[in-house]
Design a protein around this ligand. Structure first.
Ligand code: LMR
Length: 394
């Protein structure tokens, strides 16, 4: 049987991670995978996570199974963090998943189950794994215009025009904040226009929110998802705790199915639990438990939010200094979009050839589509990158 297997295409982001590790150059710079790094190049365990782990070690008396949808207290805490009071709790079904990717996968499975004919509209570009999982699950992905390669902002007119090609029941995948890979985001007016279009055409929004707190702040970054969930009849939300709690390898995510028909909640909740059972049975608990402890404890929560804010402001500072340095070197505002983008990433909007040239000549690793991880920079490497961008002729 095994002889029938075919080599699968490597995930571009993960392949880049390996190439970086294999590069012997001491001055190489990793701007690839979306993992936060501090100025020392370390992905730290957040203080509140350490404290919660300590407490958990002392207090936990059993590691027996919790429930197919995970601990309801985790769902409650995450729903509050993401949706605030935008939607009544009884209108939301939720299940813990292995990371945000697990939530994305389960959401796609649910879509297929509920409406095998549904297509999923994805932004051009989007996180490559969205497209890859859709293909794997057997759902047609349709691309809508999103990134304007001239302004490096959102091509909103193009986006709206393309979404008009969606049919009733199709799903529109949106990034809640900190768009990956571009860093270009919708503003409040645009969110409202998208919502009007979704409702007019009977389209189902699915929101992937993996970077809450990395853009404009915890509350601000939730604006879009709250507007959508409170204004559309049905919304799917895939959330990740990997980045904002720094617990990447713990695989901590949540899938929510929001319906303005409270009567649908029990069926939706049962479906999410069923999907978990089919795919991996019980979701991982450790990361979810830490997140719950932090969100439900005033002191831990305040410390976590303060550390997250330091991370966010640090990235904003790096954005500004990179934009300033490029301004200085080029004498133009061509790169001011870097300071305007939000989140961990910016898409430079250059060719794979120039990205490759910077890797070969300067040991700078960014994803081939020219996505750079801002958190991979520090005060020393900002000028190095700026010079490499100019030298390469970006
Ligand atoms: C990324 O986009 O780099 C992250 O979401 C990590 C991943 O799994 O690709």
């Amino acid at each position: 049987m095994f002889e029938t297997l075919k080599p699968q295409p490597a995930d571009k982001i993960l392949a880049l991670m390996q190439m970086y590790r294999d590069d012997p150059r001491a001055d190489k710079i990793d701007l690839g995978v979306g993992v936060y790094k501090n100025a020392e190049g370390v992905t730290p365990v957040m203080r509140a996570i350490k404290a919660a782990e300590h407490k958990l070690w002392e207090e936990q008396t059993s590691k027996s199974y919790v429930g197919l949808a995970g601990d309801p207290a985790y769902s409650d805490a995450m729903i509050k963090l993401i949706l605030g009071d935008a939607v009544a709790r009884e209108n939301i079904a939720a299940a813990a998943t292995p990371g945000g990717t697990g939530a994305v996968r389960q959401a796609f499975e649910l879509i297929k189950m509920a409406n095998p004919k549904a297509r999923v509209f994805v932004s051009d570009p989007t996180w490559p794994n969205h497209v890859s999982i859709l293909k794997y699950v057997g759902i047609e992905a349709v691309v809508y215009r999103y990134f304007d390669r001239d302004t490096r902002g959102v091509n909103f007119d193009g986006m709206m025009e393309d979404l008009k090609g969606a049919q009733k029941g199709d799903v529109v995948l949106l990034h809640g904040c900190c768009h990956n890979p571009t860093g270009a985001n919708l503003n409040e007016v645009q969110w409202k226009e998208v919502i009007a279009l979704l409702n007019e055409r009977g389209l189902i929004p699915m929101i992937d929110i993996a970077y809450q707190g990395f853009g404009d702040g915890l509350e601000e970054d939730a604006l879009g998802v709250r507007l959508v969930a409170s204004s559309c009849p049905e919304t799917l939300i895939a959330a990740s705790c990997s980045k904002n709690f720094g617990i990447y390898r713990e695989r901590t995510g949540l899938l929510m199915a929001v319906s303005n028909d409270a009567g649908a909640q029990a069926l939706n909740q049962g479906t999410l639990a069923f999907l978990n059972r089919q795919n991996y049975s019980f979701p991982p608990d450790h990361g979810a438990r830490l997140v719950t402890m932090i969100l439900n404890d005033d002191a831990l929560r305040a410390d976590w939010a303060a550390e997250l804010e330091e991370v966010r402001l640090g990235m904003l500072g790096l954005r500004q200094s990179l934009a300033d340095e490029l301004q200085r070197l080029t004498g133009s505002d061509r790169f001011s979009f870097i300071a305007q983008h939000r989140g961990m990433f910016s898409l430079l909007g250059t060719t794979p050839e120039l990205v490759e040239k910077m890797r070969v000549d300067n040991g700078i690793y960014m994803v081939g589509d020219s996505r750079l991880n801002i958190a991979g920079l520090n005060a020393q490497t900002v000028p190095v990158l700026a010079k490499a961008i100019v030298d390469a002729g970006v």
